[in-house]
Write a protein that binds this ligand. Structure first.
Ligand code: SF4
Length: 491
């Protein structure tokens, strides 16, 4: 049996093969590959260059070597064919390159495997840092080209939204190409340098710490300034009279905060700059930046007004600390009620270290997001909307390279996947430009037939041994085994 993808491609004169796996329709000379390097002309045949990646559940991996494989102890239900290297269905009405069946827990399961060509796709990037990367909606650039924007920040993280059809197709040719390159590299867990208009430069790599303006971020903050006061108030009680946790969003002040009130901490006469939200919680004490607590300050005293002489007393001890514990200072009021920096007592140093200890490592997270609710559904079924409904009803499981995905509620099949859970180099591209990513739909055979699937193309997974280009890798036990029948299927 030959690879299904080799059925495609048109033969022209002089041994040239026309690849029809995407709209570019490359004419490929013998021994050469097409524009995306994914297809080549091998002895006059159009061949998908990369191997099809198969996940193997067995604890003791046994080589599964394509044509040479002739019956090792592997059980069919322990093999999962991913879309990586599978080939595409373009121009869409063709059945998916692999539609394989296996018996799992007594249930006849079918997996429909393809590589999606995604013009509608992008990545959502979470960057664990308090440092200010740039204003919301600011343009994010790679190699000088606009590839996305800053979106709303989350708890301890700055968020970017990159790619999307607007940048892939709506700008210049270079913008589309650079966007495609950036998306592919980020999705393949490679580092990409991004520059934000009016903000910072950040090197993003999935699963690695961000590098902001050349400095590697170590810690994600323990919480906002107010939360930090709440968490550590008791540990500070009796060791210091006042604590200010500096935060660009919500700066906390111990003596005014509810946590301090419940501990009977006396007023200190402190006066904060910024806008008081509720007792002991202040907004906008400074401008955003890459200094203390995501503000632009390097001197924490700059966010204080003069102490109130009616309440303040000389000798008042004050700790100022950032939300990661990266910055900290200890001050004592002099006779003129001016805070004077002094060496920090050992027990307060310990409390700063406790803040640091409670910070998680700062990482970049890259979620690939794409719409699979369009034409690629025709490779699965002749009645595409039934696939959409089947996914929505949890009858069909969607995976990407065998990794679990989150499918958005509502119309279409819009999914997100953490790229670090996928096999290496799962993503490719075509120069239209668009990203090529693996996608698999798994369901009971009866359901597949019921939704109008290409029944005549189903073949037992064991027949994959006839495919020459196969690479078997171990399944990650932390993930659900993608062949397990869906709980929600109810049949
Ligand atoms: S870009 Fe790649 S997939 Fe598209 S036609 Fe050329 S070789 Fe085929």
């Amino acid at each position: 049996m030959t690879d299904m993808t080799e059925r495609f491609g048109a033969h022209e004169g002089d041994g040239i093969v026309r690849c029809d796996a995407c709209p570019v329709l490359c004419r490929i000379r013998p021994g050469k590959s097409g524009a995306c390097d994914r297809y080549a002309n091998v002895d006059g045949n159009l061949v998908r260059v990369d191997p099809v990646v198969i996940l193997q559940k067995s604890e003791h991996a046994v080589p599964f070597m394509g044509a040479d494989w002739s019956g090792n102890p592997l059980r069919p239900q322990d093999l999962f064919v991913t879309g990586i290297g599978a080939g595409t269905t373009y121009p869409d009405y063709k059945p998916a390159p692999f539609i394989v069946s296996s018996l799992v827990e007594g249930v006849d399961m079918v997996t429909v495997v393809t590589e999606g060509i995604f013009s509608y796709c992008g990545v959502k990037v979470k960057i664990d840092t308090d440092r200010y990367l740039g204003p919301e909606t600011a343009t994010v650039r790679a190699q000088g080209e606009a590839v996305g924007h800053v979106t709303t920040s989350e708890y301890g993280s700055q968020m970017l939204s990159l790619g999307g059809v607007h940048h892939l197709t709506g700008g210049s040719k270079k913008e589309g190409r650079v966007t495609c390159d950036a998306l592919m590299d980020l999705s393949n867990c490679k580092p990409v340098e991004l520059a934000i208009d009016g903000g910072a430069t950040v090197v993003v790599q999935a699963g690695r710490p961000p590098i902001v303006n050349g400095a590697t971020e170590e810690r994600m903050r323990v919480g906002c300034g107010s939360a930090t006061i709440g968490m550590f108030a008791k540990q500070w009680h009796g060791k210091v009279d006042e604590v200010v946790v500096v935060d660009d969003h919500i700066t906390g002040v111990l003596s005014e905060h509810q946590a301090g009130k419940l501990l009977d901490i006396a007023d200190t006469g402190i006066k904060m700059k910024g806008r008081r939200s509720t007792p002991g919680r202040y907004f906008q004490v400074a401008q955003p930046g890459t200094g203390w607590g995501g503000t632009n300050i390097s001197d924490p005293l700059s966010i204080l007004g003069p102490f109130d002489p009616k309440e303040a007393r000389p000798g008042t001890r004050m700790l100022m600390v950032s939300t990661t514990g990266e910055h900290a200072g200890y001050y004592v009021l002099d006779k003129a009620l001016r805070p004077i920096e002094q060496d920090m007592p050992a027990d307060l140093k310990l409390s700063v270290e406790r803040i640091q200890e409670n910070c998680e490592p700062a990482l970049c997270t890259v979620l690939f997001m794409a719409g699979a609710g369009g034409s690629l559904r025709a490779g699965v079924t002749e009645n595409p909307v039934r696939l959409t409904r089947s996914v929505r009803d949890a009858i069909t499981r969607v995976t990407s390279g065998g990794a679990p995905v989150y499918v958005w509620p509502g119309g279409g099949i819009t999914y997100m996947v953490d790229v670090t859970t996928m096999p290496d180099n799962s993503f490719g591209y075509v120069p239209t430009p668009a990203i090529v990513g693996p996608i698999e739909f798994t369901m009971r055979r009866a359901d597949y037939i019921g939704l109008g699937g290409h029944e005549g193309f189903i073949r037992p997974v064991e027949t994959i041994r006839g495919v020459e280009r196969v690479k078997t890798i171990p399944w990650t036990p932390a993930h659900p085994w993608p062949l397990t029948p869906q709980v929600g299927a109810g049949r």
